[in-house]
Design a protein around this ligand. Structure first.
Ligand code: GLP
Length: 281
């Protein structure tokens, strides 16, 4: 596990954006070889999306040969509702980058057969060769995607009933009205994310510090589904100082001491490519 600790939200977002950029550049995708990326919604990844848009606008990065798979979607909310995850992704990310629309895969929360929709989504991921990098956020109760406390740690894409905590947390997007928040969602499973070659989870803010502590300093538990990633061979947690408030001093010191290594992973795009070229020589 890597734990990358940046001062503030903005720095954490920029680090995450640069990491994604470098992973895509390093992969060198093309018509025969697409890069597959798992994506989250929420307020946390907004800064990362802005960073990625900046790279696409400056010509440093392209999503032409990238396929994306979103983690989750509400059930029953019209696709064009401003708070659907479909709208979120198009308004905040996809419409600003050069992704081919057919390559942006989102679950359909209005599909006539929801179970079939989930099954097909898993198949689409398989057909695309699996996910190279799955990016996630978490709720303050440690859920990843919509894998609420108590979810199976080997779960696959399915219909989930939302926990009351999640409904309350997400009511801020529905004018603070709990009754307007959908009560069900489609979500990838913990197992679906675990199958990715690499996982990056962004955790920021003091309100998520207890969840970060449960994720990395306590045992694996289905009550804190993000803790499952302790068993993933390549997980990066990217967080800000506030999110580390409940961690031990020695944990924070150890990982901060590794920042010089972690920062090499996000070195500037062109220089980074040059470094790679030199290494190959
Ligand atoms: C929802 C989503 C999660 C997301 C979480 C946190 O529950 N299903 O995927 O990680 O919200 O959202 P935020 O980043 O706004 O705190």
């Amino acid at each position: 596990m890597r734990l990358v600790i940046l001062d503030k939200y903005d720095e954490a977002s920029e680090w995450a954006g640069k990491y994604v950029r470098n992973r895509i550049l390093e992969f060198n995708p093309g018509p025969e070889k697409y890069f597959t990326l798992g994506l989250p919604t929420g307020s946390t990844p907004m800064g990362m999306y802005k960073t990625l848009i900046k790279f696409v606008t400056s010509g440093e990065l392209s999503f032409k040969y990238v396929k994306t798979f979103n983690m989750d979607e509400y059930v029953g909310l019209p696709r064009n509702h401003p708070e659907s995850y479909h709208s979120f992704m198009w308004n905040n990310f996809f419409k600003h980058i050069d992704i081919v629309p057919e390559n942006a895969n989102l679950l359909d929360g209005n599909a006539p057969d929801l179970d079939l929709e989930c099954k097909n989504f898993e198949q689409k991921i398989l057909d695309a060769g699996g996910i190279e990098l799955f990016i996630g956020g978490i709720g303050p109760d440690g859920h990843i995607a919509f894998n609420e406390p108590g979810s199976s740690l080997v779960s696959r894409t399915r219909v989930k009933t939302l926990a009351q905590d999640t409904i309350i947390a997400n009511s801020r997007f529905f004018g603070g009205d709990i009754s307007k928040v959908p009560t069900m969602a489609l979500t990838v499973g913990v197992g679906t994310v675990m199958d990715a070659r690499e996982v990056m989870i962004i955790i920021t803010g003091a309100h998520k510090s207890f969840a970060l502590y449960k994720a990395i300093e306590e045992g694996i538990s289905h009550m804190w589904t993000v803790s499952a990633f302790q068993q993933h061979p390549r997980t990066i947690f990217v967080c800000d100082e506030d999110a580390t408030l409940e961690l031990r001093v020695k944990t924070v010191k150890y990982f901060k001491g590794l920042m010089y290594v972690h920062n090499k992973l996000v070195e500037d795009g062109k220089d980074y490519q040059e470094v790679k070229r030199q290494k190959k020589k």
